[in-house]
Design a protein around this ligand. Structure first.
Ligand code: OAD
Length: 257
């Protein structure tokens, strides 16, 4: 099948689905100007995760870790959702249920207008008190002080993100796994499918008999397991799928009138 046929297949599958899940990784935000992790200019090509994104790094040098997150917050702050995020947000009202399960911490799905978002790896705009666990949202850039402190108890605040060596929020993970076994269709967009347990979510869908469509310029470990793998950029492919889907919906409505 060539790419046009695959895009058409994806739109037809979407037109027949009631419940869908869109599972995303950093690739969907790359066309907004936010670096991925493992690509040519990926963050993990320039920085060592163990120095900046682990509990041990934070306890030995919270200032350094916060300076890195401040740098990332600065990159993300003025970035806007691209046509890929927007296409997904436009699907809000087309399905009985649409969940966006994302590994991204940039908040661009929210900015685009998506609802029902499960952020598996947290959110860079949220800060968590290391003593009481209270989560606050703070979009100030730069932050008032580095490292920031809790205004209630004075303890250090940390980014509300998942670091290497930490567990994901079990409630969120279980909800995501439950949704995958109940959905009709899953789109997996812009992830290398290398990081577990997040990468197990599309596999759970495959094993539950859910049709899985991958959108990624490169092949990944998920590619051989996906029903359809569309080689292209999210910002190109998703609007194309949307156009065809809207045509199908219009034709169906025309026939029903
Ligand atoms: P990666 O950097 O591992 O993978 C990004 C994927 O996006 C690659 O497969 C690219 O081919 C693809 N990609 C690039 N541009 C794209 C585009 N325009 N449209 C569609 N796809 C594109 O990033 P993730 O899979 O998100 O975790 O990484 C998973 C996790 O590893 C992250 O959440 C982060 C990282 O360490 C934590 O920090 C816990």
């Amino acid at each position: 099948m060539d790419i046009r046929e695959k895009v058409q297949t994806a739109a037809h599958l979407l037109s027949q689905a009631n419940n869908i899940i869109v599972f995303t990784g950093s690739g969907i935000s790359s066309e907004s100007g936010i670096p991925t992790f493992r690509g040519k200019d990926g963050l993990w090509k320039q920085f060592r995760a163990q120095d900046l994104a682990t509990p041990a790094a934070f306890s030995s040098n919270p200032k350094l870790v916060w300076e890195w997150y401040e740098w990332r917050r600065n990159i993300i702050a003025d970035k806007q959702p691209n046509p890929g995020h927007k296409a997904i947000a436009e699907w809000n009202d087309l399905f009985s249920s649409l969940y966006v399960i994302t590994q991204n911490i940039d908040g661009l799905h929210q900015k685009a207008g998506s609802a029902n978002i499960i952020e598996l790896h947290g959110n860079i705009w949220k800060l968590r008190c290391t003593k009481e666990g209270i989560i606050t949202e703070d979009h100030s850039c730069p932050l008032k002080e580095i490292p920031p402190k809790c205004t209630k108890c004075g303890a250090l605040l940390r980014p509300h993100v998942v670091w290497f060596g930490e567990s994901l929020d079990m409630e969120l993970l279980s909800e995501a796994v439950k949704l995958c076994s109940e959905t009709d269709l899953m789109l997996v967009i812009g992830t290398s499918s290398l990081v577990y347990p997040a990468a197990s979510i599309p596999l759970t869908a495959v094993e539950s008999g859910v049709k899985v469509i991958e959108i990624n310029p490169d092949s990944t470990l998920l590619t051989p397991r996906a029903d359809t793998s569309i080689r292209g950029k999210a910002g190109d492919v998703l609007p194309e799928i949307s156009d065809i889907l809207n045509n199908i919906i219009r034709q169906t409505e025309g026939r029903e009138k």
